[in-house]
Design a protein around this ligand. Structure first.
Ligand SMILES: [Zn+2]
Length: 356
């Protein structure tokens, strides 16, 4: 009898703790365990409100987030479009969303499989729907961390850390030193989070289109053909006339390493047919100037023509990347110097070789 009381107390305490844990799990349905590398100073995101309940989330530099995301606050829930470069970045996004609304994140949409847009997927509880194209699921189930784009990104980190440490050691100016130290913290936190990375695929897929209805709000998820990857989707809000484009259309030049440039031009024609007036891109600021689509299409056509011409002449891919002349697009697009990115030239060589 003497021992029975403490046992009862322990049982009651354990039960209470369990119930508390359950209730907190239910109030924060979206997130699982807090990942490493979430420490930062100030806000990690700038939330630009585009229309009532529609936000474009752009990184401030306080945390490595890389791509932009967007989120849509509905009557009873929140839908997030893209979840950044790491579990830490996705976690902090959700923490900051809580400052805007206490409604739960029930749904995530992956615009495509690239690491800077979908590597936050793992933090979501199984009850959260992660929607993406079936190709995106296939890629995230495959070997996404073995992809050249990600390999380049991760392999560069140790050297970047060393370089920053040397610069900090030799910096005399206190303000400049503090800035470098912040950069180092951002980099080290990102590296810590990347070490915990376990890419998670969408648990709901589509091949052409899907529509979500949330009260009066209609959220269309559209696949418009191959482009930046073989499985990009855009999120179209017909009432608000907003389109969230990931890297299918950015405010500058979109990476071409996994692209189908010729088909991408046609897929962008399909995008133009949607009735929108605001673009929330996966990189860069939101914009309304639809002429940007024409500029990017013209650039891509010329990249294809130039690189193909050089390949036909027997020029190496490295030389083709240097020699391809796209200077006539300067002024309309952020082109630095002559040439095209090596990843773009490599991709076009690869596609031309596949045609043989
Ligand atoms: Zn991408």
């Amino acid at each position: 009898m003497k021992r029975l009381v403490p046992v009862c107390v322990v049982l009651v305490l354990a039960l209470t703790a369990y119930m508390l844990q359950q209730s907190s799990t239910h109030t924060v349905v979206a997130q699982s365990r807090q990942p490493a590398g979430t420490t930062h100073t100030g806000k990690a995101f700038r939330f630009n409100k585009v229309k009532e309940g529609v936000y474009h989330a752009v990184g401030t530099g306080a945390l490595a987030v890389v791509g932009n995301s967007a989120f849509i606050v509905n009557d009873n829930d929140v839908i997030v479009v893209d979840d950044h470069v790491s579990p830490a970045a996705a976690w902090v996004l959700l923490e900051e969303i809580k400052e805007v609304t206490n409604k739960p994140v029930t749904t995530v949409i992956n615009t495509h499989f690239h690491f800077d847009h979908a590597h936050g997927n793992q933090i979501f509880e199984p009850g959260v729907q992660i929607i993406g194209h079936e190709f995106t699921r296939r890629m995230l189930l495959g070997n996404p961390t073995g992809m050249p784009l990600y390999q380049r990104y991760i392999n560069a980190m140790p050297e970047q850390v060393e370089t920053l440490k040397k610069r900090i050691a030799s910096e005399a100016d206190a303000a400049a030193k503090a800035k470098l130290e912040t950069q180092l913290q951002v980099l080290e936190n990102n590296y810590a989070s990347q070490k915990e990375l376990k890419p998670a695929p969408p648990n709901v897929t589509l091949s052409t289109e899907m529509t979500l209805y949330r009260g009066a709000r209609e959220i269309q998820i559209r696949y418009l053909g191959r482009g930046h990857t073989a499985g990009d989707v855009v999120v179209f809000l017909p009432t608000e006339k907003i389109v969230i484009t990931g890297d299918f259309l950015t405010s500058g030049l979109s990476n071409m390493s996994d692209s189908f440039p010729e088909e991408w031009v046609a897929s962008l024609d399909a995008l133009k047919k949607l009735d929108f007036d605001t673009v929330l891109p996966g990189h860069g600021d939101a914009f309304t100037d639809k002429a940007k689509i024409d500029y990017f299409q013209a650039y891509m056509r010329d990249v294809w023509t130039e690189v193909s011409r050089l390949k036909q002449k027997g020029v190496s891919v490295e030389e083709a990347a240097k020699q391809a002349d796209l200077t006539k697009h300067k002024g309309r697009l952020p082109i630095q110097g002559p040439g095209v990115p090596i990843l773009a030239a490599t991709r076009i060589y690869e596609l031309l070789d596949q045609r043989r």
